[in-house]
Design a protein around this ligand. Structure first.
Ligand code: CA
Length: 227
């Protein structure tokens, strides 16, 4: 999952970026409203952390411009303590949730996961497809109740495909949401990873949870929530 962090206070921005990266997010960061606005328009963003008090362009203005241009990704706004009006303005400008500073990194992560999940139409915190269960909070995956050990990248691939279960995801889209570096995306690493993931989830090839649609991409094909 790819998150855009827009925050002008460098130490806080770094803290957010570090915490999110170590939790497996692909992170883009911007120190002001202008750069943040541009990144939100150009980057394949799944969710945004947006500080409202930003230089160059206010957070509220960034949010309004995205929404009027049809950018629908979920946005979590950060507001200063005691500025309740900001929360109201932010929510009315199209924010999906807010956090008041200071906050705990765990809370940011839990809220971001919830936003991504809801935006993709999941109501439960655990993603289920056939006998496969994915627990985003613990990054744990089980098949018929048995835990399957995945590497960080295998997990990211499965999380993205399951979150968007039923949709065809192109190879480039999948890469953009799983890899930080463009360089890595050009290689065949993705196909190798997918092969390993399929073998781990479905060693006897009875389930075929991830199908390849030639020339179009991949799809997690097991029905949501049916065990
Ligand atoms: Ca600020």
């Amino acid at each position: 999952m790819r998150v855009l962090v827009i925050e002008d206070e460098a130490p806080l921005r770094q803290q957010l970026v570090d915490a999110l990266r170590s939790a497996g997010w692909v992170v883009d960061e911007a120190p002001d409203g202008e750069e943040g606005l541009w990144m939100g328009e150009e980057y394949p963003v799944d969710v945004v952390v947006l500080d409202l008090g930003l230089p160059k362009l206010r957070g509220l203005e960034v949010l309004r411009r995205w929404r009027s241009a049809g950018r629908a990704f979920p946005v979590l706004i950060l507001t200063a303590r005691g500025r309740w009006q900001e929360k109201v303005e932010g929510l009315e400008a199209g924010a999906d949730d807010y956090l008041v500073k200071p906050f705990h990194m765990e809370e940011v992560q839990a809220r971001l996961r919830a936003l991504v999940r809801r935006a993709a139409g999941w109501s439960d915190a655990v993603l289920a497809g056939g006998p496969i269960r994915l627990h985003p909070a613990s990054q744990q995956v089980t098949v018929e109740g048995e835990e399957v050990a995945l590497t960080a990248y295998e997990y990211r691939l499965l999380e993205y495909l399951m979150t968007r279960a039923g949709e065809v995801i192109s190879k480039s889209e999948l890469s953009e949401h799983v890899y930080e570096e463009e360089m890595e995306r050009d290689s065949n690493v993705l196909e190798v990873l997918l092969g390993r993931l399929r073998r781990k989830l479905d060693p006897d090839r009875s389930l075929n949870p991830i199908e390849t649609l030639r020339g179009r991409g991949y799809r997690f094909r097991l029905e949501r929530g049916v065990g």
